[in-house]
Design a protein around this ligand. Structure first.
Ligand code: FDA
Length: 282
């Protein structure tokens, strides 16, 4: 096994659905729910996109057969968004309908700003057919306030995160303080109106602020959930559960791990130093 593969294992639960289900069981035993992600993006081949949807349907069957507490998250560029919007919509609808048969839920991850509008359009179209699908909003995007309003009005469940892609100044805040204050504003909007939002961050200041908003407004702890990534701030995930909050861990698995791993490295300088140190140690 290569060194990079070894290091990616901190963030990725394994290559197969069976390995991922093992990780789910360990998290469930700590009262942490999961959303499972099959790694993959930027698919340019129809057969590959159809196979990706099939893989998700098999995964949903496995989740049901194993009786574990896990929903799924998927990326539209894995479902054929770069091939054709209608083809992608049909593929996603197939997965969402399979999830509905099991009483399960599908979250559509948000990718780069080149596909934000089209991603939300597909989510809306799928939602009109089957409401067990949700969206993701990135607080670094300048357009996000309008998107949160529209999603809340439509009753589409939303996950709020900061955003993990490199984006130009014209579309995204560049300064961390602006990204954080946008997160704070959107979080307040979602907690007030956004039917079961997911607050997806490891940022202790924003988590503390979320708790304050909830207690100040007398909102129940069951009105939203915190979401965090597999391998990041695991102790904090357990602590929030102990405090009575709902926590869901995003657990990716599969062989196409490099782009996901690189996003995790970029988020935190210490991770890059960790990789470099280990490479030179060989
Ligand atoms: P921030 O980056 O400020 O980090 C706060 C603290 O968290 C850090 O000080 C550190 O302790 C810890 N931390 C954060 N990242 C770390 C890392 N990589 N390694 C080690 N420690 C780290 N993005 C996107 O564009 N589309 C999406 O669909 C999603 N989906 C999603 C789901 C879930 C459940 C989560 C938690 C996140 C996403 N993201 C995402 C990623 C998100 O946009 C963002 O890039 C990361 O969550 C990091 O931002 P934080 O909010 O944690 O804050």
């Amino acid at each position: 096994m290569g060194l990079l593969t070894l290091m990616a294992r901190r963030f990725v639960a394994g290559k197969t659905a069976e390995a991922a289900v093992c990780a789910v069981k360990k998290l469930n035993a700590q009262n942490i729910s999961v959303t499972l992600d099959i790694l993959g993006e930027d698919v340019a081949d129809r057969a590959e996109a159809l196979k990706a949807a099939d893989d998700y349907i098999v995964l949903l069957d496995l989740i049901a057969a194993e009786g574990v507490d896990a929903s799924v998250s998927l990326k539209l560029t894995m479902m054929g968004l770069e091939i054709d919007d209608t083809f992608c919509y049909e593929n996603v609808l197939r997965v969402v309908k399979a999830a509905a048969r099991h009483g399960n839920f599908v979250r559509v991850d948000m990718e780069g700003s080149a596909v934000t509008g089209r991603t939300l359009d597909v989510v809306r179209k799928v939602f009109a057919q089957s409401p067990n699908v949700g969206a993701v909003i990135q607080s670094y995007l300048r357009r996000s306030e309008a998107d949160v309003e529209a999603l809340s009005e439509a009753g589409i469940k939303t996950r709020l995160c900061k955003g993990a892609y490199r984006e130009p100044e014209a579309v995204a805040f560049q300064d961390k303080r602006d990204v954080n204050s946008s997160f704070s504003k959107l979080m307040q909007m979602l907690l007030k109106d956004g039917g079961d939002p997911a607050i997806a961050t490891h940022d202790p200041a924003l988590i503390a602020e979320c708790k304050q908003i909830v207690s100040r407004n007398g909102l129940g702890k069951d009105r939203f959930e915190f979401q965090m990534l597999y391998g990041i701030r695991s102790a904090l995930q357990r602590q929030l559960v102990a405090e009575g909050y709902r926590v869901r861990c995003y657990v990716p698995f599969g062989t196409h791990w490099l782009p996901y791993f690189l996003r995790r490295l970029r988020e935190r300088r210490a991770n890059v130093f960790f990789v470099l140190k280990n490479l030179f140690r060989r």
